[in-house]
Design a protein around this ligand. Structure first.
Ligand SMILES: NC(=O)C1=CN([C@@H]2O[C@H](COP(=O)(O)OP(=O)(O)OC[C@H]3O[C@@H](n4cnc5c(N)ncnc54)[C@H](OP(=O)(O)O)[C@@H]3O)[C@@H](O)[C@H]2O)C=CC1
Ligand SMILES: CC(C)(CO)C(=O)C(=O)O
Length: 312
């Protein structure tokens, strides 16, 4: 029998993973509510198309809602950071100490909270630079290939299982590695997102264009000092110059991208700012450190987003 993977979060990343994994495993989507009935078919499965390298592939997936009863052996959680814990709680009755949970969220905070609340289970995190978007419901575009790291988060997560997850991701065509210290990878990605995403929103521009703006140039050094200080506190210390070099390299390397945060603002969706610069503000407060630039960027994004009142 083929291994079954449940995916909770039928968005850009969840859809990408579902389409790429389905030739190799039995993928089952967990939906908030049943999908709209397809008018001209009796097939009740969830249709998804994936645009990849100029080709369009169509897939259909078995789906269930959170209240189903079947125990889950492997779960990929692909909601946004602010929905992650609630979404996981909605299927708690289906998880057992034998379940493997792989968290895909960007930013920081939700992963550690889940690792704590689900400490009796095998919780892993993935950090990925793959890029997917969803121009319309049911259609996923794999916009950019990247690198994925997977590592254990909870004490009950054996490292060999991280290797199995990576083997599967590789089989599906994702360039992936295991890491014993996934937190280091999450912090590195966090620092890049802190230095790119809010600027793209405030300046309403593509990633590469932030570099030309005086608003970015006047703040980036001070921002990197704040980020560097927090990286040192977290145990992943790096000089501010290295943090800045990474931010600039990613902005140049993804120059034509519309950041995920700007996509969210343009689509009227809640952003992940609270798990990105907002997380740094909270972390700095907890350690008595100043964070004026992170505060300014967080407030700037909230001011431009319809969801400024919502919590992380
Ligand atoms: N897209 C990408 O390329 C990448 C994304 N990431 C990270 O992955 C995470 C997911 O991103 P992305 O796929 O882009 O986000 P999307 O907003 O496209 O997808 C999130 C999905 O989760 C669903 N969801 C939320 N809460 C629940 C719930 N309680 N039960 C069931 N479904 C739920 C949403 O449903 P609904 O639409 O109904 O709200 C939505 O379909 C984010 O943290 C992002 O930063 C990381 C790297 C790359
Ligand atoms: C690296 C970057 C900035 C690429 O767009 C990203 O991760 C995002 O948009 O969230």
């Amino acid at each position: 029998m083929r291994h079954r993977i449940h995916i909770l979060g039928n968005g850009s990343l969840g859809g990408l993973l579902a389409c790429r994994l389905s030739p190799f495993v039995d993928v089952r989507m967990i939906l908030r509510s049943p999908p709209y009935p397809q008018s001209n078919t009796d097939d009740k499965r969830l249709p998804l198309t994936l645009d990849l390298a100029g080709e369009r592939q169509s897939w259909r997936f078995d789906w269930e809602t959170a209240d189903a009863a079947e125990p889950i052996s492997t779960l990929f959680l692909t909601t946004k950071s602010y929905s992650a814990l609630n979404a996981l709680d909605s299927i708690r009755h289906r998880l057992t100490p034998a379940s493997r949970i792989l968290l895909w969220q960007n930013g920081m905070g939700s992963q550690m909270q889940i690792a704590q609340e689900y400490a009796d289970m095998a919780v892993y995190a993935a950090s990925t630079t793959e890029g997917a978007n969803r121009p319309e419901d049911g259609r996923i575009v794999h916009a950019g290939h990247g690198q994925t790291w997977v590592g254990p988060l909870s004490a009950n997560a054996p490292f060999q299982e991280a290797q199995r997850l990576v083997d599967l991701l590789r089989e599906a065509g994702f360039s992936s590695e295991t890491t014993k210290d996934i937190r280091a990878q999450l912090w590195r990605k966090l620092s890049v997102n802190c230095g790119v995403n809010p600027f793209t929103v405030i300046l309403n521009c593509r990633n590469g264009d932030i570099l030309e703006h005086a608003y970015f140039q006047q703040r980036i050094d001070a921002l990197c000092e704040e980020l560097s200080a927090m990286l040192f506190v977290a145990g992943y210390g790096e000089p501010a110059a290295n943090v800045k070099a990474r931010i600039v390299a990613v902005a140049q390397g993804t120059a034509n991208n519309i950041s995920s945060m700007l996509q969210d603002v343009r689509a009227g969706r809640q952003t992940e700012i609270n798990a990105i610069n907002g997380f740094i503000c909270d972390y700095a407060d907890a350690h008595g450190q100043p964070h004026p630039v992170n505060s300014e960027l967080t407030a700037g994004v909230h001011a431009l987003s319809d969801h400024s009142g919502q919590s992380a």
